[in-house]
Design a protein around this ligand. Structure first.
Ligand code: CAA
Length: 259
């Protein structure tokens, strides 16, 4: 299948690799990209020769977040009415085969959230994670306020979400956000090796293992996600969201008015 914003290939006809490919915009996640990602995930999940899936980006960016240029024009009725994020971003939750995020460079906002939607994260030593949405007058809207505290604990999650600071790969490993950190030039070989190991195990046990760990992690996630999504949508009714996103696009400091 021909895609515009992602590339796909297989390793040894066993591992499906999806590479996010919007380099000019640091793989900013627009709706079209997320639709393609969902299609590729479903295709690999349905392919009986594939045992494990890897999502990766470029050396500079796994993904720098949801596409601010597209979002800056959205109103509350746009995001709430179209259930922005939900229908195109959550296909990954339906995938039964393990999905590994191989992260180098920036994984910010929706990029960090996409990495956290994967079953585990292997990070290159140049990886940087963050939830900087507050600078745009919004909050994380793809599960960040729910998955980040589960991964790194409340204090660090609050620090990240409220100050918008980035976490480097070493801190992310210490905090439990990523399972291992490897040299940048080893990222894909280490990740493919991990994926191949998973492919060598019986698939029904792999499915059962993934489902069981998910149950431990996801209790009451749906309630948390719904709460987060409604607040995320509501922030598109504020003037500060318009100002925060326009200021980013104009490359100037934002002037917030608490409206
Ligand atoms: N959306 C749209 N475009 C983006 C983008 C984004 N999230 N992130 C980067 N870009 C674009 C830039 O606008 C720039 O485009 P131009 O060349 O046309 O100006 C290009 O990608 C390269 O970016 P920079 O010049 O900014 O690169 P840098 O190396 O100086 O900085 C960065 C890198 C720190 C990641 C910076 O780009 C940045 O802060 N990006 C925004 C990060 C962010 O706020 N993410 C959260 C988005 S909101 C969200 O994700 C909501 C949610 O929860 C679902």
């Amino acid at each position: 299948m021909a895609y515009e914003f992602i590339k796909t290939h297989t390793e040894d006809s066993k591992v499906g690799v999806i590479t996010l490919d919007r380099p000019k915009f640091l793989n900013a996640l627009n709706t079209e990209l997320m639709i393609e990602l969902g299609q590729a995930l479903k295709a690999f999940d349905a392919d009986s020769t594939i045992g494990c899936i890897v999502i990766t980006g470029s050396e500079k960016a796994f993904a720098a977040g949801a596409d601010i240029s597209a979002m800056s024009k959205f109103s509350f009725s746009d995001v709430y009415g179209n259930d922005f994020i939900t229908k195109d971003w959550e296909i990954i939750r339906q995938i039964r085969k393990p999905v590994i995020a191989a992260v180098s460079g920036f994984a910010l906002g929706g990029g960090c959230e996409l990495a956290m939607m994967c079953d585990f994260i292997i990070a290159a030593d140049n990886a940087k994670f963050g939830q900087p949405e507050i600078k745009l007058g919004i909050i994380p809207g793809a599960g960040g306020t729910q998955r980040l505290p589960r991964a790194v604990g409340k204090s660090k999650a609050m620090d990240m979400v409220l100050t918008a600071r980035m976490m480097d790969a070493k801190e992310a490993e210490l905090a439990g956000l990523v399972s291992r950190v490897v040299a940048l030039d080893q990222l894909m070989s280490e990740t493919i090796a991990a994926a191949m190991t998973i492919c060598s195990y019986p698939q029904l046990a792999v499915f059962a293992a993934k489902e069981s760990v998910q149950r431990a992690f996801e209790g009451s996630l749906s309630d948390g996600m719904m709460y987060e999504r409604r607040l995320f949508h509501a922030l598109f009714a504020t003037q500060d969201q318009k100002e925060g996103m326009q200021a980013f696009l104009d490359k100037r400091p934002a002037k917030f008015e608490n409206k």
